[in-house]
Design a protein around this ligand. Sequence first.
Ligand SMILES: [Cu+2]
Length: 138
Amino acid sequence: MKVIFNSLLGILGLSFSIVCFAGELIVSNVKMPKIPEVSRSAAIYLSFENNGSKDFILTGVSTPVAHHAMIHQSVEEQGVAKMKHQDSLTIPAQGRLEFSPGGYHIMLMGLDKKLMQKPFVVTLSFAKRDAIEITVKP
Ligand SMILES: [Cu+2]
């Protein structure tokens, strides 16, 4: 199984990561678009797939490479683009939740650019569940 997993990653070019949590929650398509040299903030996008019978409630994010990490939703109000902080988000049982440009994203602010030169860990916290760690490749 491990061999198959590794060879799949090879074929697909290591541009994403998959984490299985208790065989129920799958995190995939983890992406962080390139940011300008001077920028100290970045967005991360990913996909959640909940194959379990109970909701997962995402309650927070953290990473050692940023002073602040939070869950945001991009919205447009009266023609003005805004980002709204989300205290929690539900990944419904047998459902999906996509973080994508123009919608939900993990927002990193106050980046440490040195730490970001290598793959880094982002911890996702859930209500009543263990946290999981994903690896983001800059
Ligand atoms: Cu944001």
